[in-house]
Design a protein around this ligand. Structure first.
Ligand SMILES: N[C@@H](CCC(=O)N[C@@H](CS)C(=O)NCC(=O)O)C(=O)O
Length: 219
């Protein structure tokens, strides 16, 4: 039975999983979530009541969380591009950077966007300021790290770059990466040029008008 991915093309964590699938040309049935398809939405909600996407289904198994999906694909449906390095020490570096991008880039970025979706009277200005401060600290740290690297960890494209690509893409839209962080900006550009991510970005273009902060006219 084919792999199925419940996802939305404009969602950063969905794109993270899509990059892994596209890197290895892994066949899967796309189960795109849309208000026009309540049946798919109901099946998704039954599989994962928290209703955060992406979710991968492989026969009887339901795999939650983008990182775990990529771990699963690498272990059970591997292709030529190994996204978790076989060397255990290198794999720790990759997993560490995956956590950095999720926790200190994606999480504060989402906080700012979700705040913008709230009615004005219940917005959390302090939470938004804290999220932007976290992004600034993450940008500075990542800029220094990327000064000597092409990819985030282990000397090759990996799970960490699958996490980095959409998180930096949307973070820069949300709280622009300052020009003084040239290494980080160059890394973001390398990620955008990677065919697997470029494809995910292209597939999401029709949804740009829905970006709550207003999508910039670039990328
Ligand atoms: N920890 C989850 C995060 C997934 C997540 O936040 N997905 C967002 C889209 S990028 C979502 O489902 N948003 C819908 C909602 O919050 O209702 C993962 O790594 O997969």
């Amino acid at each position: 039975m084919a792999l199925q991915l419940f996802f939305h093309p404009f969602s950063s964590y969905s794109q993270k999983a899509l990059i892994a699938l596209y890197e290895n040309a892994t066949p899967f049935a796309p189960r795109a979530l849309s208000p026009d398809d309540p049946a798919t939405g109901a099946e998704f909600a039954a599989r994962w009541p928290i209703q955060r996407f992406p979710v991968l289904v492989d026969g009887e198994r339901t795999i939650l969380e983008a990182t775990t999906i990529i771990e699963y694909l690498d272990a059970v449906h591997p292709g030529p591009a190994r996204l978790i390095p076989p060397d255990a020490r290198a794999a720790v570096d990759v997993r560490m950077m995956d956590r950095v991008f999720d926790n200190y880039v994606s999480t504060p970025q989402q906080r700012v966007v979700y705040d913008a979706l709230r009615p004005p009277e219940v917005r959390d200005a302090r939470g938004v300021a804290e999220a932007k401060a976290t992004l600034d600290k993450a940008y500075a740290w990542l800029d220094e790290r990327m000064a000597t690297r092409e990819w985030a960890a282990a000397g090759a494209f990996s799970l960490a770059d699958c996490a980095a690509a959409p998180s930096l893409f949307y973070a820069d839209w949300t709280h622009p990466i300052d020009e003084r962080f040239a290494h980080l900006r160059a890394y973001r550009a390398r990620l955008l040029a990677r065919p697997s991510f470029a494809r995910a970005v292209d597939e999401a273009r029709p949804f740009r008008p829905y970006f709550p902060l207003g999508a910039p006219n670039r990328d």
